[in-house]
Design a protein around this ligand. Sequence first.
Ligand SMILES: [Zn+2]
Length: 151
Amino acid sequence: MAFVSDSYHSPKLELRRVNHREVGVFATRAIRKGEVLTISGGVVVPRRKVWTLPRGFRRFCFYIEHGYYLAPSSRRRIGLGFYMNHSCAPNAGDQRGELALTAVALRAIRKGEEITCDYRPALDGDDTQYRPLLRFRCRCGSRRCAGLIRA
Ligand SMILES: [Zn+2]
């Protein structure tokens, strides 16, 4: 699979199949806490436009704030940062552990570990238009697993 000029990912990461339907991002080498893992570029899209995208593409869009989402630039150019799976106990994200344009390692990550982030958006007062794109049952196994995720 080929990646892309508008996003960055650490050379210590690769995409792997996690089952017959899904892929995830994995560490090919040990990663130190604080290392930059991905920088996701794309197109900033208002909420009403996100809902016009094909469903399979919509899942790659993530919420920024103020009713705007980041979508990959095209269906052929989807950076590794968009492929990270959700965990309620993530090992990557911004400093708060949320999905972010720049994702860093929140702790030391072992070779072979899956890279995960928290899909649940941090909503603030400007986010009255927020409507979840994804709704799924989380199986991250964390003690603090939220169960049903809306992201
Ligand atoms: Zn969970």
